[in-house]
Design a protein around this ligand. Sequence first.
Ligand SMILES: C[S@@+](CC[C@H](N)C(=O)[O-])C[C@H]1O[C@@H](n2cnc3c(N)ncnc32)[C@H](O)[C@@H]1O
Length: 213
Amino acid sequence: MRKKRDIYTKRAKQEGHRSRAYYKLLQIDKKFKIFNPKQIVIDLCGAPGGFSQVARDCTKGNASIILVDFARIKPIPGINKIIKGDITQQSTVLEIRESVEEYRSTYNSIIVLADCSPNVSGNWSTDQAIQIWLSDVALGIANFFLAVKFVSKAFQGESFRNFFDKIKLFYADVKINKPPTSRKTSAEIYVIAQKRRDLGLKLYDTNSLLADE
Ligand SMILES: C[S@@+](CC[C@H](N)C(=O)[O-])C[C@H]1O[C@@H](n2cnc3c(N)ncnc32)[C@H](O)[C@@H]1O
């Protein structure tokens, strides 16, 4: 497994991609066709930027990409905006909104990507719970922007089922996928949610940001 991981890490370096995660999202897009050129892409927890590079490459540079992470990110060609911020803070969401407003007139839909991982503590149940909490925060952000698609990492474990069922409240087509690049020994999987349900939610409704709603 380690050998396989190293192959992708090496390949990412050789091909100028920011991370091996690049290949995970590429494999997801190949299967689910999540991107279109007229999208605003909000890439949450996106450092060092592999997912954003996939969004750029799959849309031939035609999408508008907003990359958010609390880690510092070196500029990436073709990525419109990099926001250094904590996704759990409302100030970060408001900063994302400013960029969305800037691009909204020329784009027809929004996709939210979330590849959130906490700093692992070594205590699996704590780490799993925090990871799902971060992904749930990301779902709140997808609802705030009425994103038509939501693609999120999730650690399988105790709180996964509730998170999965919650996503299904907001999206009619929800699939689970483990891309071949993801190590078999890792508990991570990806949820691909498409076809937003029309629930009468309002754009920029801050209630949608409440993760435990
Ligand atoms: C697996 S990495 C993302 C890899 C990325 N998708 C890529 O393609 O290169 C997980 C990221 O989650 C970020 N993160 C964790 N908690 C966060 C938070 N509360 N706000 C913003 N970023 C967070 C970490 O800083 C880390 O960069």
